[in-house]
Design a binder for this molecule. Structure first.
Ligand SMILES: O=C(O)Cc1cc(O)ccc1O
Ligand SMILES: [Fe+2]
Length: 471
């Protein structure tokens, strides 16, 4: 059931559409007409441009938004370094463990003592935001709302936020987003926001994209609909405060090159009265994903479950794909239905929002936990899943009911941080021993088989006869 069919409080109003040109004014007439930066903007507002791509990016990639605000974003005191010895989240600066081991984490802990900014833990990453290259994979866990007079932004990249527990009330410069488990949101680089926690502690995952932006995947022969439909993405509407009277205690906090910097300002950062453009935060309810799959035989690639993709310069190869495994019907005939055993040139970081992941039935992959199968690290169903799936009667079957697993898949080799490998103390030492080492040998030479029983089921394997209409 889609999460957002439930009634939400009044302040959360949205406009629908992915990659749409949106506009919103909290006061009628605040958007200038027929000009972006008139000599005098309506009602004495300042014009301000926010660019998400180079000015000269081709039209189909160009992302920018015009803001009409009470004071420009530049009106603050100089930034000063904050918590420089402890806050380090640039993977390019950190000692990363580049190891071929398959890794799996027990559920990450909740942490009631910290706010959003301090609840971010870099688990793994690749590249460096100073070069605008790569990704950061975070776990977050927080129990305190940010101070209402603080606004945070990341200069490093776009945040794709995947809540696992608790709701995030995100007040952005462009308006409010309420984001709950089974929903996701994207906060693009530079957008200022405050996170409060209306229902207590929160936990989840973040992929920070240091290069480019997320887009909907191409649909190829699927056609013009399916997967995530553009109209189900929701952007906020303009909403502003009027505290610009010099109370002097607002703080702007920047994550810049993985470090924190703070600057004071004497007026609210949430003073955007109207905006229009293509560069904005948005949310999406994963329950609305229109899943497609095999209706004949064989297990297709998981790319059919891509919600959002950030392509590299090489078409079809993603810096990051966000892929989900929603509840769905499996009907494929004469098919080993779980994922095949495989080694992938891409790295695969997986998380679980709720329920069980149908490819791992051994109980070790749990909600709020994670796994990493790095470049060419072999993986696939655990031995129990293999046994069940290779002997199951292949009736139509619903899998993943009440469940939502996801994957951040990247063409980059991701290194694991000290926090991810050691400090968090969640890495499971027995992942291989529990999953694949127990796999049994079933191989039999043909001369030892009776009745040409090649697949060990007691039946003669039909080979391709039934597909070519063998009489
Ligand atoms: O490894 C995994 O569990 C993710 C995955 C799922 C799938 O259906 C096919 C390939 C793949 O990597
Ligand atoms: Fe995989």
């Amino acid at each position: 059931m889609p999460v957002s069919s439930f009634k939400t409080p009044e302040k959360y109003k949205y406009q629908n559409g992915f990659s749409s040109y949106h506009e919103s004014e909290a006061v009628e007439g605040a958007l200038p007409i027929g000009a972006n930066s008139p000599q005098k903007a309506p009602y004495g507002l300042y014009n301000e441009k926010l660019s998400g791509t180079a000015f000269t990016a081709p039209r189909h990639e160009n992302l920018q938004t015009w803001l009409y605000r009470i004071l420009p974003a530049a009106a603050h005191a100089p930034f000063e370094s904050k918590e420089a010895n402890t806050y380090k989240t640039n993977p390019g600066d950190l000692k990363l463990h580049q190891i071929p081991n398959q890794l799996r984490w027990d559920p990450f802990d909740l942490d009631e003592k910290v706010d959003w900014i301090h609840g971010l833990h870099l688990v793994a990453g690749a590249g460096d935001p100073t070069m605008k290259q790569g990704i950061g994979i975070f776990n977050y866990a927080a129990g305190k709302s940010m101070d209402s007079k603080e606004a945070f932004y990341s200069a490093d990249g776009d945040f794709l936020i995947v809540p696992q527990h608790g709701s995030l009330d995100i007040r952005t410069e462009l308006g409010y987003l309420l984001v709950r488990p089974n929903e996701i949101c994207v906060i693009p680089r530079g957008i200022r926001y405050n996170v409060s926690l209306p229902e207590g502690p929160v936990r989840g995952y973040i992929l920070e994209l240091y290069q480019g932006h997320f887009a909907l995947p191409e649909l190829g022969p699927i056609g013009s609909n399916c997967l995530a439909n553009a109209r189900d993405f929701q952007a906020p509407v303009a909403s502003f405060d009027e505290d610009h009277g010099g109370s002097g205690n607002y703080t702007l906090i920047s994550k810049f090159n993985g470090h924190l910097f703070a600057a004071a300002q004497n007026h609210t950062p949430f003073d955007v009265v109207a905006w229009h453009g293509t560069y904005y935060p948005y949310k999406y309810d994963l329950g609305r994903f229109n899943t497609v799959g095999s209706i004949s035989y064989d297990h297709p690639d998981p790319s059919i479950f891509t919600v959002l993709t950030a392509q590299s310069d090489h078409a079809g190869t993603a810096i990051a794909d966000f892929v989900i495994f929603p509840p769905r019907w499996l009907v494929a005939e004469d098919t080993f239905r779980p994922p095949w055993y495989h080694r992938n040139t891409m790295s695969e970081f997986m998380g679980l929002i709720h329920g069980d992941y149908d490819a791992k039935t051994g109980g070790g992959f749990r909600p709020a936990g994670a796994s990493l199968h790095n470049v060419m690290s072999a993986h696939g169903p655990d031995s129990g899943t293999h046994l069940k799936a290779s002997t199951a009667e292949l009736k139509p079957m619903k899998v993943g009911e009440g469940s939502m697993a996801f994957m951040f898949e990247s063409c980059l080799m991701v290194g694991v941080t000290e926090w991810g490998l050691k400090q968090c103390q969640k890495v499971q030492p027995d992942y291989n021993a529990e999953s694949w080492e127990p796999l049994k040998v079933h191989f039999k030479r043909p001369e030892t088989l009776q009745n040409k029983d090649k697949n060990g089921t007691g039946e003669q394997r039909p080979d391709l006869g039934k597909w070519v209409g063998e009489s």
